[in-house]
Design a protein around this ligand. Structure first.
Ligand code: ATP
Ligand code: MG
Ligand code: FE
Length: 345
């Protein structure tokens, strides 16, 4: 069957069309440019932009896939987590489409979508795998079984900021443009990753509960102290070196813990997903260390890492094929939906 997916949880409006694990087409619109001067996503601005572009994204995705609206068999929509006002637009649009077409509607988890995105590129998941999800709102290590039907087990989460949030905050400290991740990556290219000695939070000193937990706020504070000291002493801020050193510290902690989690649980497949998985240094270090540890690494192409509609169609397609019951039309958006399963309602 053909599943259409709609994503509107943040500032990207995305529609994807998937049939039996194959991406047929997609369309993406972003209101990122409208948020640049505020240094972060403004919820009301994002919601209005979703409303304005959701119909054209639908048309574009159908055209891209060469699929007629009547051929769509099921609709999946992100119902959480994310910005409430943004989620509401997508949920309302998807309900209208489902009602007009008389098709089943599935409310799915945004982060399960990030994980499912990888299956569009690398095929079905093995029986067991571990996922490192690193994005604007999440930094977690997850134990996965069957993505559509099995519960998702959290091995560890961030105790404070998400990895993407840390990139965005450090970029702001360095007066680099929003969004911070790509800016830091660019600045880091000409920097020395060993120039500034930054901490590796929870990498060596951790309690048993913190074995797979992350913490990035201390790293951000260390960068803030460096910047303040430089300002006070009148020294130039070595932006490229700070960016490279910060990026290296984040990547080191993320990949070390992900590889350890695989080893400890005798899991031989690691997925890295979410916006920060687009980071070139993270991808390089992950490839190197997974090869050394005999772990099969799966990281989707950068455009499948950041928010998009294809990932929601991908998780929708898996859920539909598992034979799950549709969500009906009486659910709402859940801005803080916990990730313990892919189908939310
Ligand atoms: P969530 O998925 O947790 O709800 P989100 O949808 O806002 O959050 P994504 O779109 O998945 O997040 O990811 C956006 C984040 O990824 C931003 O914090 C951004 O800075 C970061 N990011 C994007 N590209 C890169 C990159 N090349 N390097 C590092 N970080 C990046
Ligand atoms: Mg975004
Ligand atoms: Fe996301």
């Amino acid at each position: 069957g053909i599943t259409l997916g709609l994503e509107t949880s943040c500032d990207e409006t995305g529609v994807g069309i998937v049939a039996d694990g194959v991406l047929l087409g997609q369309a993406l619109a972003s209101s990122m440019d409208e948020h640049i001067r505020y240094g972060g996503v403004v919820p009301e601005v994002a919601a209005r932009a979703h409303l304005e572009s959701v119909t054209s994204c639908l048309r574009q995705a159908l055209a891209d896939a060469g699929v007629a609206l009547e051929q769509v068999d099921a609709i999946a929509v992100t119902s959480g987590p994310g910005l409430a006002s943004s989620l509401h637009v997508g949920v309302s649009a998807a309900k209208a489409w489902a009602l007009a077409l008389n098709k089943p509607l599935y409310a799915v988890h945004h982060v399960a979508g990030h994980v499912a995105a990888d299956t569009l590129q690398h095929g079905p998941l093995p029986d067991r795998s571990i996922a490192l999800i690193v994005s604007g709102g999440h930094s977690s290590l997850l134990m996965l079984g069957d993505l559509a039907t099995d519960p998702i087990v959290h091995l560890g989460d961030t105790l404070d900021d998400a990895a993407g949030e840390a990139f965005d905050k450090v970029a702001r400290l360095l007066e680099l443009p929003y969004p911070g991740g790509p800016s830091i990556q660019r600045a880091a290219e000409s920097g020395d990753p060993a120039a500034i000695d930054l901490p590796r939070p929870l990498l060596t000193n951790f309690s048993e509960r913190q074995r797979y937990a992350f913490s990035f706020s201390g790293l951000k504070s260390a960068v803030a102290r460096y910047v303040q000291l430089a300002r006070r002493t009148g020294e130039p801020i070595r932006t490229a070196d700070v960016a490279a050193s910060f990026q290296e510290a984040v990547v080191d902690v993320l990949i070390s813990k992900a590889v350890a989690a695989c080893r400890d649980h005798a899991v031989d497949t690691l997925l890295i997903v979410g916006g920060v998985a687009a980071n070139a240094r993270l991808r390089a270090v992950a490839a190197e260390r997974c090869l050394a540890a005999g772990i099969t690494l799966r990281v989707p192409a950068p455009r499948l890492c950041t928010d998009n509609g294809a990932m929601i169609a991908a998780i929708g397609d898996l859920v539909v094929r598992s034979g799950a019951k549709p969500s009906g039309l009486d659910f709402g958006a859940d801005s803080s939906a916990p990730l313990d399963r892919s189908l939310l309602v």
